[in-house]
Design a protein. Structure first.
Length: 104
């Protein structure tokens, strides 16, 4: 798999994982919050495995950040049932994940 394909696939997984994580944070009282949190953990582990396989340079990391922000924003806009606080914590949660995956 080329780096470009890896970035696309990894950012797709990360966008969904972050949507689930943010959904579980802002909608704590909903019945699906626990399931969303667990799903997020599984997806983040999968993305981390992908990240470890490549040697990312600064350009790649910048591209990952840009693609992820664009995809995450789209994911969150499509999910009306997630509280609007989602946009307030979106970049904070994204940054935490990127730091954890050593992609900053």
């Amino acid at each position: 798999m080329s780096k470009k394909q890896a970035i696309q696939e990894m950012t797709n997984i990360l966008a969904v994982a972050l949507r689930h994580k943010i959904g579980s944070i802002v909608n704590k009282e909903e019945i699906y919050a626990g399931k969303y949190a667990k799903d997020a953990e599984v997806l983040l582990k999968e993305a981390k495995k992908m990240a470890i396989k490549e040697n990312w340079n600064i350009y790649d990391k910048t591209k990952i950040r840009q693609e992820l922000l664009k995809k995450l924003k789209k994911e969150l806009q499509e999910k009306n049932f997630i509280d609007d606080k989602k946009f307030e914590i979106m970049e904070i949660e994204m940054e935490k994940v990127l730091i954890n995956m050593e992609l900053t």
